[in-house]
Design a protein around this ligand. Structure first.
Ligand SMILES: CC(C)(COP(=O)(O)OP(=O)(O)OC[C@H]1O[C@@H](n2cnc3c(N)ncnc32)[C@H](O)[C@@H]1OP(=O)(O)O)[C@@H](O)C(=O)NCCC(=O)NCCS
Length: 179
């Protein structure tokens, strides 16, 4: 399906595949209150569970479905970005990595790459209605509101009202030319 493989680089971030060495960092990062409040990450996720998930991902035919966001210059881990089989994207940044555009750049980079290397018609994401930081990320990365996918659900025992965003496949160069 893809000719090019990660790592992918855009502006100040590089997206690379997860390795077992990242498991401890991933598990510890998810203890952050904002990640607990606004993502489905379990409150008691262990490094062993993450390691098993990474091995399963790497053995799959879509190892790029989950990538670690890193700083382009020093390779420091910044966060996680993933896309499932239905084109739903999810992401988080470790607390110290926020406020410098890393999530926006990662979302834009992964989305551009998926449209360039697969025939996916659309990508989309759902955000807790109180998660204004993530809503801003979606808009900055070129996503638009997708009210048809808004929903109410229960996550970790709490009722969540989620609002959705989508980014449609850009027209191919030839189609974009209007006579
Ligand atoms: C949602 C989340 C990823 C957003 O992180 P973030 O740091 O606000 O987003 P970005 O990395 O795009 O950074 C944007 C900030 O950097 C600033 N910035 C600096 N340079 C920038 C650049 N080149 N491009 C974009 N923004 C830039 C923006 O002005 C913005 O600052 P502000 O918060 O003061 O308005 C983060 O809050 C998080 O991980 N939350 C917990 C988990 C979560 O909610 N995940 C999403 C579930 S849907």
């Amino acid at each position: 399906m893809t000719t090019q493989r990660p790592p992918l680089t855009a502006a100040s971030v590089t997206l690379r595949e997860w390795s077992e060495d990242d498991a401890q960092w991933y598990a510890e990062s998810t203890r952050d209150p904002a990640i607990q409040r606004f993502t489905t990450e379990s409150a008691d996720l262990t490094a062993e569970e993450v390691r098993a998930a990474i091995l399963a991902l790497r053995a799959s035919d879509r190892p790029y479905a989950g990538l670690v966001i890193t700083d382009v210059t020093i390779g420091e881990r910044l966060g996680n970005i993933a896309v499932d089989d239905d084109g739903e994207v999810s992401y988080w940044l470790a607390a110290p990595a926020r406020g410098r555009g890393a999530a926006t750049m990662a979302l834009r980079c992964l989305s551009d790459w998926i449209f360039a290397t697969t025939d996916a018609p659309e990508l989309w994401l759902r955000v807790h209605s109180e998660n204004t930081a993530s809503q801003a990320v979606a808009l900055r990365a070129g996503y638009e509101r997708d009210a048809a996918r808004d929903d109410e659900t229960v996550v970790k025992g709490e009722s969540w009202s989620r609002i959705a965003y989508k980014r449609s496949r850009p027209p191919a160069a030839a189609e974009a030319i209007t006579p």
